[in-house]
Design a protein around this ligand. Structure first.
Ligand SMILES: CC(C)(COP(=O)(O)OP(=O)(O)OC[C@H]1O[C@@H](n2cnc3c(N)ncnc32)[C@H](O)[C@@H]1OP(=O)(O)O)[C@@H](O)C(=O)NCCC(=O)NCCS
Length: 154
């Protein structure tokens, strides 16, 4: 059974491993993850299957209206089971509860699976960010900035 709960500091090591398994190119290092996950302004959730962490999401407020999906990853062994979608939905619920109107994210332009997930959830491409990433993935360093107006949802 899929359980989604708040992140706690004991989850850090599992998330480091998950991040390395989920991202072919440029996973966050333990130092970056510590900075992101332990930032007092950020909010993170983890997905659990039994006592295994199968995914996580981190949200970072940008200003009063906008919050950014700083990170989202699902363990490849658990892909395609609705975990990514579940984490996004729970993250958006937190944003709405905290009066953010817009959910924002950056995604590699060649990351078709993640883009398909975001489009399905109602995100639209706002701009293309050239050479946004340091490392290439499928021959590109570009990203899309995507956004969802959380008030437009039924
Ligand atoms: C993107 C990611 C989080 C999706 O997680 P997931 O748990 O496998 O996705 P879900 O099972 O919730 O699927 C949600 C939607 O994603 C899309 N999707 C998932 N797997 C897909 C695949 N193999 N091919 C195409 N689309 C796919 C579909 O639109 C799917 O909706 P559907 O099941 O109704 O068709 C996961 O693939 C991942 O961690 N990728 C590596 C890290 C990454 O790219 N993170 C995002 C950075 S911006």
């Amino acid at each position: 059974m899929l359980i989604i709960r708040d992140y706690n500091r004991n989850d850090l090591e599992s998330i480091v491993k998950l991040e390395e398994r989920a991202f072919e190119v440029g996973p966050y290092t333990i130092h970056m993850l510590r900075e992101i996950l332990h930032n007092p302004e950020s909010y993170s959730l983890v997905a659990m299957e039994g006592d295994v962490i199968t995914g996580y999401i981190t949200i970072f407020p940008i200003d009063k209206l906008h919050a950014d999906i700083e990170s989202l990853a699902v363990d490849p062994d658990f892909a395609g089971r609705g975990i990514g979608k579940g984490l996004m939905i729970r993250g958006e619920e937190w944003m709405k509860k905290n009066q953010f109107r817009y959910s924002v994210l950056e995604v590699r332009d060649k990351n078709d699976i993640a883009i398909a997930l975001y489009v399905k959830l109602g995100y639209i491409i706002k701009e293309k960010l050239h050479a946004y990433y340091e490392l290439e993935y499928h021959g590109s360093r570009d990203a899309y900035r995507m956004e969802k107006d959380l008030e437009l949802e039924q």
